[in-house]
Design a binder for this molecule. Structure first.
Ligand code: PMP
Length: 331
């Protein structure tokens, strides 16, 4: 029988789930006071599940650094008094709003930020320490597109969540790390299957969990461990992205990336051609060369290379070769 056929309540699946969480805890050095919850619904469901579990009728401050955090702000506003603590989309180059400029309320329930803006290619260079900034509330981090690509300092955090489909495994699983003292704050309207206290108590089995996605994620955690752990994933992410940015920057404007240099993402690299009319030609010639998925997100256009943990360096080098050849042909 396959993992999809066996009962999720049986000892075989219990072992698969337990082993995957143990390995994940090791990989990210998650301290005992954090629960690892396996949820469903992806990053967008968490935009609702976080305020439903944490807001307690208080304010919610959201740092807007691009498209995904803007969505988080709008969704939180359906359940709580949400406001933008900063908004780097207001003019200028896409970037990471300096934490010292965040306007957070002293009594807000939490401050939400997005560790990596997948569409805009903006990554927080460091995760801020709210206490050092004089802010009492806890940090909630959307790490959907860069989880497991850098170490996490848990002492600064309340909640981290991440949809699995980028650095972890198949879509359908959402990783949620919650500090123990934050359980038990859910609004009465919070759906039972999203209640973190119940999920923690029932070891993520309030209802049928996404068993196949959990199984594959467990294999991925083993692979990361064998390859050298999160430190090695971080080293590779830096190497991959630095090579690609270097190619863009050396192209004398043929290719461009508008993100502020210190906030350039190691995971998602949006870029554009000086002559946007060549974009479709670039994409189709790349496709012929076996380089896929390079079209920019539909909301922003242009081009984007997503360099997740599974991308080998050879893939980046092939893309760079193609970009250089294309620039020679059309530049
Ligand atoms: N947050 C971030 C940073 C994302 O990249 C995404 C998906 N690309 C989401 C949230 C939404 O995730 P999902 O599609 O799993 O709901």
């Amino acid at each position: 029988m396959s993992v999809m056929e066996i009962s999720h309540r049986g000892p075989e699946f219990a072992q698969i789930l337990q082993a995957s969480q143990t390995r994940l805890r090791q990989l990210l050095a998650v301290p005992p006071e954090f629960h690892i919850l396996y949820m469903q619904g992806g990053g967008l469901a968490l935009n609702a599940a976080v305020p439903l579990n944490l807001s307690q009728g208080k304010g919610v401050d959201v740092v807007v650094s691009g498209s995904w955090s803007h969505k988080s702000l709008l969704e939180a506003g359906r359940y709580a008094n949400a406001q933008a603590a900063a908004d780097s989309r207001q003019g200028g180059a896409p970037g990471w709003p300096a934490p010292a400029t965040w306007k957070c309320r002293a009594d807000s329930a939490y401050v939400h930020f997005c560790a990596n803006e997948t569409i805009d290619g903006v990554e927080a260079p460091q995760w801020p320490d709210l206490r050092a900034l004089g802010l009492p509330s806890c940090a909630v981090v959307d790490a959907s597109s860069n989880i497991l690509s850098r170490a996490i300092d848990w002492s600064r955090l309340g909640v981290v969540f991440a949809g699995a489909q980028k650095n972890t495994g198949p879509a359908g699983l959402t990783l949620v790390f919650v500090r123990d003292d934050l359980l038990g704050r859910a609004l009465p309207t919070c759906p039972s299957v999203w209640n973190w206290a119940s999920l923690a108590q029932q070891r993520s089995m309030v209802n049928t969990p996404p068993t196949y996605a959990i199984y594959i994620a467990g294999l991925m955690f083993e692979w990361i461990a064998q390859e050298g752990g999160v430190a090695e994933m971080e080293r590779r992410a830096l190497e991959r992205s630095q090579r690609l940015y270097a190619c863009i920057d050396a192209s004398e404007g043929f290719y461009g990336n508008r993100v502020e240099p210190q906030a350039r993402s190691r995971m998602n690299i949006p870029f554009h051609l000086k002559d946007p009319a060549l974009t479709d030609t670039f994409v189709s010639q790349a496709h012929e060369a076996g380089l896929l998925q390079l079209k920019g997100h539909q909301s922003v256009g242009g081009l984007r290379a997503s360099l997740y943990n599974a991308m080998p360096m050879s893939g980046v080098l092939a893309l760079i070769d193609h970009m250089n050849a294309f620039a020679r042909r059309y530049g």
